[in-house]
Design a protein around this ligand. Structure first.
Ligand code: MN
Ligand code: MN
Length: 401
């Protein structure tokens, strides 16, 4: 216990210390826990379950944690952006994320890219535009908690609206995605001979000379929209038809897919949001003491983004390997395809996080339901439990316990 007390002085009081103490007490090599040398106490404080793993952890599991607060932030007039991709979190080969801020009136420049873009508005409001492959225009305003899906190749724009502008998270179904490698309109025009632009557009040489020639715009300040959403739509509709499909989804007002007194989860997949054919997501709230059940996803890896609160997750990756990490707001979690996992709220506030999957259909298998549904003799032979004990397990898949 002396070791735990010494660590207490390092870590300060609080719930995480209790976690370390609990892990230490359970550790098989209790007396070997002493650490007289150097340590990065700030990192130890935020990730006690990595520094002193539960004794059930074992082996080498590919990285399951990164944080946007470790990623380079590109700041320029009008906002900023940073990304967590396969370069930062090498195990995530199928999904990457970008967190971006646009001040009031500022634009993310007109662009397109190789991957589908799934997004959730985290704060504020934006007006978005998208030209479909059918030559239709989609325009909408997106508020906090709402989503959009822009298919690969479809050109789009985002503009922060009145007040605080906006901040949002983008998720791409390509681990190697880079926010630096999108196709920008100013970049293309700058790299096309002016006479070709004149021939293509019908513009005079004097008009072509006005086009931007400096560094790509990427993020830049602008004036707030001078007309309402309805007026913008009407103006566009005089040129091309309005999009038949809806590329935004009002997740902020949807009823939870599952709710209990320990939290709720909103699952948005292609059944609810038809244009999202390659990415699905869950928006999870865990109350203090709540737990995302032990489960796995048979069809997809999971990329998590933490918005609020704190929690811990253990990823079981076969071969006797398991890894536990702690999570907080702005952290990214990763679960390899098929790997078993749970998530516990270890804090005193609600934990809010996103689960993203590079598949349009959401699928989850519950350990509880599996054991409960098996013929009892089979379940008993594998667990040493009696039929009576097994009947304690929930019959249904309960995402939150
Ligand atoms: Mn984009
Ligand atoms: Mn999961």
């Amino acid at each position: 216990m002396e070791k735990t007390t010494a660590l207490a002085a390092t870590l300060g009081s609080g719930n995480l210390l209790g976690q370390v103490a609990a892990n230490t007490a359970k550790a098989e090599h209790d007396t070997s826990f002493s650490n007289p040398g150097q340590q990065n106490t700030a990192l130890v404080r935020i990730n006690p379950n990595s520094n002193m793993p539960p004794p059930t952890d074992h082996g080498t599991v590919p990285p399951v944690w990164y944080s946007f607060d470790l990623a380079h932030r590109r700041v320029q007039e009008g906002g900023w952006t940073h990304q967590v991709t396969e370069r930062e979190l090498p195990s995530s080969k199928e999904l990457a994320g970008v967190n971006m801020r646009l001040t009031s009136g500022s634009y993310r420049e007109l662009h397109w890219h190789l991957a589908d873009e799934w997004a959730i508005m985290l704060a504020g409001k934006a007006r978005v535009t998208l030209l479909t492959a059918e030559g239709e225009m989609f325009i909408d305003d997106v508020s906090a908690g709402d989503l959009w899906l822009f298919p690969a190749g479809a050109p789009h724009s985002i503009q922060g609206l009145e007040g605080e502008g906006c901040e949002f998270l983008l998720v791409f179904n390509q681990g190697s995605f880079s926010e630096e490698s999108t196709f920008l309109i100013s970049d293309w025009l700058k790299h096309t001979p002016p006479d070709v632009i004149a021939k293509n557009t019908g513009l005079s040489a004097a008009s072509v000379a006005k086009l931007p020639k400096d560094e790509p715009l990427y993020i830049f300040p602008g004036a707030l929209p001078s007309q309402s959403l309805a007026q913008d739509r009407a103006e566009s509709a005089r040129v091309v038809p309005a999009a038949k499909q809806q590329y935004t989804f009002k997740a902020s007002t949807m009823q939870p897919t599952f709710a209990s007194d320990k939290g709720n989860v909103k699952i948005v997949d292609t059944k609810l949001f038809p244009v999202s054919t390659k990415i699905s997501g869950g928006i999870v709230t865990l109350k203090p003491g709540g737990m995302r059940q032990m489960h796995w996803h048979p069809n997809a890896s999971e990329w998590q983004f933490w918005i609020a609160g704190e929690g811990r997750m253990t990823v079981f990756n076969a071969q006797q390997d398991a890894r536990t990490m702690d999570f907080r707001a702005n952290d990214v979690g990763y679960v390899p395809k098929m790997a078993g996992h749970y998530i516990e709220n270890t804090g005193t506030e609600d934990a809010l996080f996103l689960e993203l999957f590079p598949e349009g259909n959401f699928q989850e298998i519950s350990l509880n339901q599996w054991l409960r549904a098996l013929p009892r003799q089979v379940a008993m032979a594998h667990t040493n439990l009696s039929a009576e004990e097994l009947s304690v397990l929930p019959e249904k898949s309960l995402p939150i316990l």
